[in-house]
Design a protein around this ligand. Sequence first.
Ligand SMILES: Nc1ncnc2c1ncn2[C@@H]1O[C@H](COP(=O)(O)OP(=O)(O)O)[C@@H](O)[C@H]1O
Ligand SMILES: [Mg+2]
Length: 229
Amino acid sequence: METKALRGHKFPMSIPAPAAEKFAEQRRKNCFLSCGIPLRFFESEFSGYIVQDACSEYAKARGKVLEVCRAYAGRFPEHAALGRSMIFTGAPGTGKTMLACIIAKSVIERGMSAKYATVYRLVGEVKDTYGRSSETERDVFARYIAPDLLVLDEVGMQYGTDTERLALWEVMNGRYESMKPTILVSNLTAEEMSGYVGDRVIDRMRENGGAVLAFTWESFRSRGGNGNA
Ligand SMILES: Nc1ncnc2c1ncn2[C@@H]1O[C@H](COP(=O)(O)OP(=O)(O)O)[C@@H](O)[C@H]1O
Ligand SMILES: [Mg+2]
């Protein structure tokens, strides 16, 4: 019966455009979701990053940071081939996570792989393996080492426990050895980050011209920003 019905069925030559667009959009969102991109930044674009606002004294520095991020995303395959990483430092609300996520999305959209996670998440995943036989710490580290780009956010917000330091070292060293770029995002200064993740990690990230971008301006949130924070 079923075969007969299928035989008689005529598939349309093409899916109606609105349905196809909706499907493509859903696929794109699912992809961002599975890569850990926060929903808040699904629609964020470089073009929406405000350089000049009511208080323009920081516009130049913000413009420079935007330019570096845009160039990094635009030529990501070249940077990836060199394992060129970046560090974003600065006060909360200055747009670090936003720009890191826009870069990660652009990497995904060009067909390469990216992952976004906070250190809290990484450490949580490592701890979840304790007492389990189905997954080991190594499996977790491998998941963080595999993507073409890893954005590791909120570095230095935790307690600096041995588990955390070990996880950071394993992931960062694994990525370094595979020549895979990482964007580390933190409210700490570059010097404070060295103390936290270790000089060796920071030195390696600076190799091959890796940039440290200082987000030196005031919080976008305190300016009344776009109100969706
Ligand atoms: N220059 C900017 N232009 C537009 N929105 C911004 C800008 N900077 C920050 N925001 C917005 O402010 C909020 C906080 O930004 P976020 O990236 O989370 O800051 P951080 O990670 O530095 O704490 C987000 O909603 C973000 O979209
Ligand atoms: Mg942030």
